[in-house]
Design a binder for this molecule. Structure first.
Ligand SMILES: Cc1ncc(COP(=O)(O)O)c(C=O)c1O
Length: 405
């Protein structure tokens, strides 16, 4: 018999839910295993393999004995490579003491929250948001404060809305540009306007999740510190190699910021995971310092796929879409597909319909705090996308035709 008392869970874990995007991918995999010809447009990771020179660096490191604990915050050579990367690509100057290497950018964000949030402290971010922001906030005793943005605003946080959301309990404003799930990026001027608001509230830290930095199709990349250097002493920049170098499984992310905050994040890491995997750190040096052609190759492929999918979506009944500035996501509005007779009354229903009737796995916008939309990833071949778009058009036409199913 199960001992209920012994297996009682913490309030902390009861507050959060598992990542919905992983859950949908798992369901798509199950259906595929059962023989269904599912095309999975729910996976937020590059479909490219990690470049060979990066793999080689890891193999060489293992053979040379990089199989032991390293410094908690990352090996010196990697921290220096990250310092150099910030200087070269972002015009930002950091000392190695301002850098912490962690087990993915997700871990970097978690460490930040754990290091600076007290119970009831608020974290502001724009909705649509990356699925993990609210739950990571809850897991670290904070209060998520999603600020709604609209399709007409191209899902960008407006300065007035940010001002209205800031309270004495606000601890962090978290920005993500280009964004998962919308693919939209802020301009330097838009970031300046947000920076002006943050400057007026000296108790607020700003965090910039730059994980999609290298996926911008034509705009140059900029973050809040490029726009507002005055915020340097209260800004934490988060980045990593998962998306830029097709290294999701290697689990390396990093944070740069005020030495005091970084030291506190390191303390959290020292009592949880210790160092990130040793050979992955060597692979990351090769990624940051080696040939950067892979970034261009992937970006070109994402852009071609994006342009194809967007041009198709624009001509589908019941669907409206804002073109992305970068990433491998698009976040179309599907409210026009709701069909009472067919029992399709929400984005969840649309996603379920697409999975069961069209063998298409997509993530409902509700998972990103924005009902009425779905997220499509172009992390699959053009051939698959051509077929996926055909199925989507058929499903949309069926629903718009008010067919009773
Ligand atoms: C906005 C955003 N931030 C962070 C991450 C996490 O990246 P990592 O694999 O480095 O943990 C993701 C991954 O999907 C993401 O979309």
């Amino acid at each position: 018999m199960m001992n209920d008392l012994a297996v009682k869970l913490s309030q902390r874990v009861e507050r959060i839910k598992p990542s919905p995007t992983f859950a949908i991918s798992a369901r798509a995999d199950e259906l595929t295993a059962a023989g269904k010809p599912v095309i999975n447009l729910s996976v937020g990771e590059p479909d490219f393999d990690t470049p060979q020179h990066i793999k080689d660096a890891a193999i060489k490191a293992i053979q040379a004995g990089a199989t032991k604990y390293t410094a908690i915050d990352g090996i010196k050579e990697l921290k220096q490579a990250i310092v150099d990367k910030f200087k070269r690509e972002n015009q930002l100057t950091y000392m190695p003491s301002q850098i912490l290497v962690s087990v993915g950018a997700k871990h970097s964000i978690y460490n930040l929250f754990a290091a600076v949030l007290n119970e009831g402290d608020e974290v502001i971010f724009a909705a649509p948001y990356w699925v993990s922001y609210p739950d990571m906030t809850l897991l670290t005793d904070g209060v998520p404060v999603p600020v709604k943005t609209t399709f007409a605003q191209h899902f960008k946080l407006q300065p007035e809305a940010l001002e209205a959301a800031i309270t004495p309990r606000t601890r962090i404003v978290l920005l993500n540009s280009p964004s998962n799930p919308t693919g939209i990026a802020y301009s330097l001027d838009e970031l300046k306007a947000l920076g002006e608001v943050i400057k007026r509230h000296p108790h607020v830290l700003v965090a910039s999740d730059d994980i999609y930095e290298h996926s911008l199709f034509s705009k140059p990349f900029c973050n809040i510190l490029n726009a507002c250097p005055e915020l340097y002493d209260r800004a934490v920049i988060i980045n990593g190699v998962s998306k830029s170098y097709a290294m999701t499984g290697w689990r390396i992310g990093y944070a740069a910021g005020p030495a005091k905050v970084i030291a506190a994040m390191k303390k959290v890491q020292s009592q949880s995971t210790s160092n990130p995997t040793a050979c992955s750190q060597y692979a990351t040096i090769a990624a940051l310092e080696g040939d950067q052609q892979c970034i261009k190759t992937m970006r070109k492929a994402y852009q071609e796929r994006h342009d194809f999918v967007i041009s198709e979506l624009k001509t589908m009944p019941g669907i409206s879409v804002v073109p992305s500035d970068g990433t491998f996501y698009t976040f179309p509005c599907v409210e026009g597909l709701y069909n009472k007779e067919a029992g399709i009354n929400s984005d969840l229903d649309v996603a379920e319909f697409l999975l069961t009737e069209a063998n298409l796995a997509v993530v409902p916008g509700s998972a990103f705090g924005t009902p009425g939309h779905i997220r499509l990833c172009f992390t699959t071949s053009m051939e698959n996308l051509v077929e996926a778009v055909k199925r989507l058009r058929k499903a949309a036409t069926l629903l718009k035709g008010k067919v009773t199913l």
